[in-house]
Structure formats: C-alpha cells, structure tokens
Ligand binder design. Structure first.
Ligand code: FES
Ligand SMILES: [Fe+2]
Length: 420
C-alpha cells in the first residue's frame, strides 16, 4: 500500500506537482510522425502531462509542440494557419515559429517592438523511429535517450498509440505485474509453440526477483514447473519513469520483443504506446504485425481514428461475453488490451492505494513506487532523477526455461544485452 499523500505524489502529473516535475526531466513520446504527415500539415490537438498543446509541422518539416492558447488573448492555435514556417493565430494574426518565437504581429504598428517581448510556450521536438519526442523540462534538453527498439531499422518495428482511461500509474503497474498473465490473459484454447502460455497457466504463483539498475530495474518472474526440475523465467525491464519491455515468443515463428510506454495525457487518462520489433534482426513481416494487432486488439478498426479510444471500452464493459467466459477464456473479453484495460480502468481513475493488500507477487510494483518516490525527492533536492541523463539503454527482456537450481541473472546475461 501507499499512504494517501504518497499516492497523490506519484500519480499527479500536472505542472508544479512532484511527479509532473520529475517526468518532465525525461524525453516523452508525443505523437507518431505519421500524424503530422507532411510539411505544413494540419495542426493537431494533443494533451500531454495535463497541458493542452497543439502539434504542427512547419514548412521545413520540423515538428513542433506549442501551447494551445495564443499568448495574445488565448484563442486556440488549433485553428491556426500553418504557413511559411510558422503557425498564425486566426484571431489577430500573430504568428509563431517552432520555438514559440513571435515572428509577426500584424495588428501592431510596424515600429512597435512588442513582438520581441512575447513568446509562446513551445517544447523542443525530435523525431526517431517514427515517433515525435519532446522534452518538457527546464533548461536545455539532454540528448534523446534510446532503447534498442529505437535503434533498429524502421522496417523491423511497429509502433502505435492509443488512449487509456485511467491514471498512468495504474496502467504501468499492470505492465510490470507478471503474475496477472496467468489469470487475466488465460485462454483455454490457446496453445503456443514454445509452451510459455501453458507455463504461465500451470505455474500461477511466480517468485519475483528485482535487481535495481542505473535506469530502473530488471525483474524476473520465476515459475517452477511442477513435476519437473525446471523453471520458466520471464525477465522484464522497467525504465524510469514509464517504459516497460517484455520478451515474447511472437507469432508465426518470429520471436518478438515488445513493450509499452504509459504517458499521462492528464491525471485520469493515459497515452498507451505499444512497440514491437523482431528479436532476430530481420524485417517485421506484415502478417506478423497483423497477427499481433489482432490478438492484442490494436487493429486500426479497434479504435476511433480521432480520439484513439478503443472500441471495447468501459461504456460497453469491453464487450464481455459471459458465455465465452465459461468456455473460451478467463475474462470473456476477446483481446489482450481490453482485458488489461477492463481491470485497470475498473479501479477508478486514480485508485486510493492506501486500501490495497499487497502480497509477495507485488514486489516489482512496490519497487517501482519506491524508485518513483526517490526520483521525485531527487528532483526536489536538485539532483537528476535516475536514468534521466543516460543516453543509451543497453538491455533487452528475455524468457527461458532453466534448471531450477540455476540463477537466472547469470544464465541469461547474454540474452539480456541489446544491440548497440
Ligand atoms: S488571440 Fe491570437 S492573435 Fe489575438
Ligand atoms: Fe496484461
């Protein structure tokens, strides 16, 4: 459990809050590059860390994130004219470049120097791996940190973004909770080629081991296989503040590495980023992407194009089918993302963690909260939070079946290293 005060401290992310200020020390994925398809394409509304922003791409192709309200009298720049390297407010014509500099103020006399005194809030952006990243913190942005999925060729990679309807920490905690996969995602009919789904169904009380690192932690869910002298070990990576990586046997014989990033839109809604790439270095076949998206519920038709809200959502109980719950899978909910969201969103927008009863299978969650509280304290005391200045994350997740007496960390050390 967490005290109510600590719960508030690490869930709230608006400007000036402890976690909000901490999160702003890390690079944040803002939107897909394809959402701003060409120079001078249409401006988009984007809520990020409780701030209303407008995304646009200027004439040179540079992506930008600027505060929604025009600094003059607050009209939304969503209605702006995107023209000749800047976004022009349609109310009185003030124009801003990608840095937020006011480059034209046509309703003031030419001799006025007022425009040099006005600046819109704008956040620096860079593009990598089909994603526009932004830095919303104070001072100069550090170099963009990369994980392995951001270093592979884009043909090996699939990335998408959707809306989750609960606080970011609830969703993150679902992603670093290996124990739930034995239940929530159990499918009575699914047989996987490597048997990992069966291992999770057979061995439902994993022993968790967490190893703290310079970026967050590595943790293993160790599942002894009854009647055998072997254990199924699934190793995850948690990268502060909101990244998860997990190993996966993949589809159609292509092992995949996947992960999520849970970025707060505001305190009660979250951008769920999902990425997948081929672990073997080959390009990602379209049919593998299709299979992955079908089972996870991330096909284009699974979400509304404008809002990125899933079609299976809390308003329709995620399309639960009670008959299928008896015969097909544990939940009666068809796809993995909806299974996760049903339980995570059902806790309420921000769960009061002082009401929890945590057990031994929750140690990874407890460790993440500790790291986040420490990161908040570090920022308040003038230090860089854990991992925020690391340029390269050099680890992978992995899964293996090992002799039960063999320590996983040593046995899997080669599998846990990423390509440079
Ligand atoms: S409100 Fe934008 S120019 Fe006046
Ligand atoms: Fe899950």
């Amino acid at each position: 459990m967490l005290s109510k005060a600590d719960n508030e401290r690490i869930t709230r992310i608006g400007p000036g809050t402890a976690m909000g200020e901490t999160m702003r020390r890390y690079w944040i994925p803002a939107l897909l590059s394809s959402e701003l398809p060409q120079p001078d394409s249409d401006p988009l509304r984007l809520k990020l860390l409780g701030e209303d922003l407008i995304a646009f791409r200027d004439t040179a192709g540079t992506p930008a994130l600027i505060a929604n309200n025009c600094p003059h009298r607050g009209a939304s720049l969503f209605f702006g004219r995107n023209e000749e390297n800047g976004l022009r407010c349609v109310y009185h014509g003030w124009k801003f470049d990608v840095d937020g500099t006011c480059v034209d103020m046509p309703n003031e006399p030419p001799e006025s120097d007022f425009k040099h005194k006005v600046k819109a809030t704008a956040y620096p952006c860079v593009e990598r791996s089909g994603v526009v990243w932004t830095y919303m913190g104070p001072g100069a942005a550090p170099p963009l940190q990369t994980q392995e999925w951001m270093r592979v060729p884009v043909e090996n990679l699939d990335v998408c973004r959707h809306l989750g309807e609960a606080n970011w920490l609830q969703l993150l905690e679902g992603g670093i909770d290996t124990a739930h996969s034995s239940f929530l995602h159990r499918n009575f009919k699914r047989a996987s080629s490597l048997g990992t789904h069966e291992f999770r169904a057979r061995s439902t009380a994993p022993k968790l081991e967490v190893v703290t690192t310079e970026y967050g932690y590595t943790y293993a869910g160790i599942r002894p296989l009854r009647g055998e002298d072997r254990s199924y070990v699934r190793v995850y990576q948690y990268v502060l503040p909101f990244h998860q990586m997990r190993a996966f046997e993949g589809y159609l014989g292509h092992p995949l590495i996947s992960g999520h990033i849970w970025v707060p839109a505001d305190d009660e809604t979250t951008w769920i980023w999902s990425w997948t790439y081929t672990a073997g270095g080959e390009s990602l076949p379209a049919e593998v992407v299709q299979a992955e998206k079908r089972s996870s519920g991330r096909l284009p038709e699974d979400a509304s194009p404008g809002t990125l809200r899933f079609r299976r959502n809390k308003d329709n109980d995620y399309l639960i089918d009670r008959q299928r719950q008896k015969t097909v899978n544990y939940t009666g909910i068809d796809v993995i993302s909806a299974q996760d969201q049903a339980v995570q969103e059902s806790m309420g927008a921000i769960y009061d963690r002082s009401q929890e009863h945590l057990g031994t299978s929750d140690v990874a969650i407890i460790a993440a909260r500790r790291l986040l509280l420490q990161a908040c304290q570090d920022v308040e005391e003038g230090r860089d939070p854990l991992g925020s200045r690391l340029q390269t994350i050099t680890v992978r997740p992995a899964e293996m079946v090992l002799p039960s007496s063999e320590p996983w960390h040593a046995a899997m050390s080669a599998q846990l290293v990423a390509m440079a």
